[in-house]
Design a protein around this ligand. Structure first.
Ligand code: NAD
Length: 260
């Protein structure tokens, strides 16, 4: 149970982050959610977490592009709930293009949101965790932290960077009751993935099933999507006592993708 623990999940207004935030709340944690999107929709999600689980839930609109906003988000989360015990660096974006054509600003944005924001958040959160001798840092990584695909140079670089950051901070915090791990999903069924399907059906003249199996799941041996709840369950597990010797590692949940 995470009762009396306070968590912050970046990029939790949708998809995997929202599922992790709700799973923590279901275990009794107070949660700070973060992300972009429609203010009314975000307020609905925030209020639903409080109503569904009887915990406190607050929202931070910090933009993960900006290091100062990331630092302030962590400070405010600590101040509001009295501690920050669990930090999940989950916010992420993707852009797909050959290196010769990759827009400079997209490459930089992916590094900022998917990698640099995790540095700023960990830097701000770890002193309190060390002082209290308990902390959990979880990074939502990707199969692309372990293997590459063409045309995703920024994303693959950022996610490989997360692997190194995870290992390094795990070593630095090993004697302080703080574990640092990454979860590396393959294709997860999120609104982001779902939205690509109609366009791909049209572009390739395929049925919905063909797009899912022959395009999206081509790399995933089980030919099934990972669900957001399956990712969230790993995050909850990593927070538990049974996981206290798991640190500095990357847990794959990718239907066998990186075994090939
Ligand atoms: P999503 O688009 O549903 O959610 C992304 C979240 O990040 C949203 O809440 C969004 O508002 C937030 N975000 C984006 N830019 C931001 C910014 N500048 N500042 C603050 N928040 C910002 O996507 P998802 O699929 O749930 O992805 C979440 C994480 O999981 C990402 O790190 C992604 O790389 C990783 N991942 C996803 C998949 C997949 O197949 N969906 C696979 C492997 C890894």
């Amino acid at each position: 149970s995470l009762t009396s623990k306070n968590a912050l999940v970046t990029g939790s207004t949708s998809g995997i982050g929202l599922a992790i935030a709700r799973a923590f709340a279901a275990e009794g944690a107070n949660v700070t959610i973060n992300g972009l999107g429609d203010a009314d929709a975000i307020e609905k999600e925030r209020a639903a977490i409080e109503a569904d689980f009887g915990v406190k839930c607050r929202y931070s609109g910090a933009n993960m592009m900006n290091g100062e906003e990331v630092t302030a988000m962590v400070r405010e989360a600590e101040d509001a709930f009295g501690s920050l015990d669990v930090l999940v660096n989950n916010a992420g974006i993707q852009f797909v293009a050959p290196i010769e054509e990759f827009p400079d600003d997209k490459w930089e944005a992916i590094i900022r949101i998917n990698l640099l924001a995790a540095f700023y958040a960990i830097k701000a959160a770890i002193p309190g965790m060390k002082a209290r001798k308990w902390g959990r840092i979880i990074n939502t990584s990707s199969a692309h932290a372990l293997v590459a695909s063409p045309f995703k140079s920024a994303y693959v670089s950022a996610k490989h960077g997360i692997t190194g950051l995870t290992k390094t901070i795990a070593l630095e915090a090993a004697r302080d009751g703080v574990t640092v791990n990454s979860i590396a999903p393959g294709y997860v069924w999120t609104p982001l993935v779902e939205k690509q399907i109609p366009e791909t059906m049209k572009a390739r003249n395929m049925t919905e099933e063909q797009v899912k199996h022959d395009v999206l799941l081509a790399a995933q041996p089980t030919k099934e999507f990972v669900t957001v709840d399956e990712v969230a369950a790993i995050a909850v597990f990593l927070c538990g006592d049974a996981a206290k010797q798991i640190t500095g590692t990357t847990l794959s949940v990718d239907g066998g993708w990186t075994a090939e």
